[in-house]
Design a protein around this ligand. Structure first.
Ligand code: 13P
Ligand code: SF4
Length: 308
């Protein structure tokens, strides 16, 4: 009689499911997570969807599979719950491009300026902002403000995209996403030549010359919705490659071509199934936000959620 061998990944997923029940935990994951991590999550989404979801959590523990600023946002919106990140080194280099001291200095140079902080910022920088935004609502947030002059932190490419859709003055910060910067015009042109019938969708963190070649500019959540609703059979995708997992899963009859396999976010990929299991076993690593910035940072996120 042959022995039944269980796939070790399946065993690990089952262990996580048992631990999740024991700890009364919920697992939230970003669209860039490894496919196997997305598959064990209770909810997968973009930054805005994850923030909204975090306000509805009733579980005792949130295991956040994403990068630190996202886990911090979940903690800010759920101060009474335990928020765990499976790898505390999963940072976002774009956040580090806007240190709080430099932001305070710039604000002092621009008296009366309104500060819009992309959620890809530290909690200390959010506390300096009038309101937050994500890639899904940046244009809407900026246009909702009564003020004419906006200091937009920290992504210059997203800020430039917003500038194209508002008559306000957008003062840019010199930040960017190293992962999206790796998507080049040459890559897009080559793929368009190879797949002339395909539609090009890109994330607004891409450079302006890449955006100029796109048919649609969308957050990761908007890309998923667009792919479900569109008639396009072939799609060229300009964002972090993790999105391809859900795009394929939800649209098995359509073909998706990532513009570049170089656009992999090493920080997002730090979270693995093993680390999720260890997080639940050892209740690590707990995400905390310094008390002196938490209230102000929460207010900036809540204001964003009120606008939509
Ligand atoms: P989304 O909010 O579109 O998911 O983007 C988050 C992010 O970090 C993009 O690099
Ligand atoms: Fe940060 Fe870019 Fe990674 Fe998003 S993809 S988490 S912006 S480094």
């Amino acid at each position: 009689m042959s022995e039944v061998v269980t796939d070790p990944r399946t065993e690990l997923a089952e262990r996580i499911a048992r631990l999740k029940q024991q700890r009364k935990a919920v697992i939230l994951a970003h669209n860039y997570q490894l496919g196997e991590v997305q598959d064990i999550a209770d909810f997968v989404g973009d930054s805005l969807e994850l923030s909204r979801r975090a306000t509805q959590v009733e579980a005792d523990v949130i295991v956040f599979c994403g990068v630190m600023f996202m886990a911090e946002t979940a903690k800010l919106l759920n101060p009474q719950r335990t928020v765990l990140i499976p790898d505390p080194l999963a940072g976002c280099p774009m956040c580090e491009m806007a240190p709080v001291e430099a932001v305070r200095k710039r604000k002092a140079e621009l008296p009366g300026v309104t500060v819009v902080a992309y959620v890809n910022t530290t909690a200390a920088v959010k506390a300096e902002a009038d309101i937050c935004c994500t890639s899904a609502n940046a244009v809407k947030i900026v246009n909702s403000l009564p003020d004419k002059r906006i200091l937009f932190l920290p992504d210059k490419h997203l800020g430039h995209w917003v500038q194209r859709h508002t008559d306000k003055e957008i003062i840019l910060w010199d930040g960017y996403c190293p992962t999206h910067q790796k998507i080049t015009v040459r890559d897009v042109q080559r793929l368009k030549e190879e797949h002339p019938k395909a539609t090009v969708i890109v994330h607004p963190e891409c450079t302006a010359d890449v955006i100029d070649l796109a048919d649609e500019v969308l957050s990761t959540g908007q890309m998923l919705r667009w792919a479900r609703e569109s008639d396009a059979r072939e799609v060229i995708v300009g964002t972090e490659v993790g999105i391809i997992h859900r795009l394929k899963q939800e649209n098995p009859d359509k073909t998706f071509y990532p513009i570049s396999f170089l656009s992999t976010c090493p920080n997002m990929k730090r979270i693995t199934l093993e680390k999720v299991a260890w997080a639940l076993e050892d209740m690590q690593y707990e995400v905390t936000v310094p008390a002196e910035v938490a209230d102000k940072a929460r207010r900036a996120i809540e204001k964003m959620l009120e606008v939509g």
